[in-house]
Ligand binder design. Structure first.
Ligand code: ZN
Length: 306
């Protein structure tokens, strides 16, 4: 049987954009996937064909060679074993449709999502176990939680094959009402995470086993969460020290006084000596930040202002 044109296989024209290729591939892979069509030899063959076409057209270099030389291209003979690879991941399609972020209310590097999908369906040549993709997200954390550690709940939004139509988007001759023909439905998972004590603004922590599903029994990927620390009304972090300002009266500065100083670790009574100058700094040892992996804790530095 003559090999079909790769563009034709994906239902595209020659000038199709990268996004169009990806989209066509996703749609077809979803529809033709062996898990959706058990025992259907024709679908399996089509799936392999689609897989192979995508493998070439998604790769700029291979695509250029194919555009020039067709199937007989130099260095041709694209690996026919590309097909039949990954099954649906156990959790369904992680973010297949690229419909927004898998996190609610937090940012997500959408590029990773595309890659995640691509790696699950596209061009896995090995049939051995492969680890799942790592995912990345971002979360805003209150100052106090970043210093002392705390908990947060992430909402991971993923897409999974539609249970009504099995991912085909159709029930009989009509468009599936559950997924409106999309083939996927949204599912969300609320995931409690621990914010590590002392994490700084821009720091990242890992949540094991919450990334993309592994392939052929490979381990599940991890989720990397980057922390954006919200500013505090009174405290500022400088390295592992925390700076704060406490107002005092002129009389207190002149005569000396015992002043309650709020720190992130509670209120400490500080004795200021007589004749304290405005903005003079005092160091309260061990009342600052204990950075992850550090053996010592930073200080609270307070300056008194009148
Ligand atoms: Zn459906």
């Amino acid at each position: 049987m003559a090999k079909r044109d790769y563009y034709e296989v994906l239902g595209l024209s020659r000038g199709a954009s990268e996004a169009e290729i990806k989209k066509a591939y996703r749609r077809l892979a979803r529809k033709l996937h062996p898990d959706v069509n058990p025992g259907d030899k024709a679908a399996q063959k089509r799936f392999q064909e689609v897989q192979e076409a995508y493998d070439v057209l998604k790769d700029e270099e291979k695509r250029r060679a194919y555009d020039r030389f067709g199937h007989a291209g130099p260095g041709g003979g694209f690996d026919p074993r590309t097909a039949g690879g990954a099954g649906f991941p156990p959790g369904g399609f992680p973010g297949a449709g690229g419909r927004g972020s898998p996190f609610e209310g937090i940012h997500f590097e959408s590029g990773d999502f595309g890659d995640l999908f691509g790696n699950i369906f596209g061009g896995r040549r090995s049939s051995g176990p492969e680890p799942g993709e790592d995912l990345r997200g971002q979360i805003e954390v209150p100052f106090r939680d970043a210093v002392l550690g705390g908990t947060a709940t992430l909402t991971l939004r993923r897409e999974k094959p539609c249970p009504t139509c099995g991912g085909t988007g159709r029930t009989g001759k009509t468009v599936c009402a559950t997924c409106r023909g999309e083939g996927v439905v949204a599912s969300s998972e609320r995931l409690p995470v621990r914010i590590p004590e002392g994490i700084e603004n821009g720091g990242t922590f890992r949540v094991r086993g919450k990334g993309g599903p592994g392939v052929h029994g490979g381990p599940v990927g991890d989720l990397y969460v980057t922390v954006s620390v919200l500013p505090h009304a009174y405290f500022e972090r400088h390295g592992n020290d925390i700076h704060g300002i406490v107002p005092i009266t002129v009389k207190e500065a002149y005569t000396g006084a015992e002043i309650p100083v709020p720190t992130i670790r509670g209120v400490v009574t500080a004795k200021i000596p007589a004749g304290t100058q405005s903005r003079q700094r005092f160091r309260l040892r061990g009342k600052g930040v204990k950075a992850p992996g550090a053996s010592s804790t930073g200080d609270h530095i307070t300056s008194f202002g009148s």
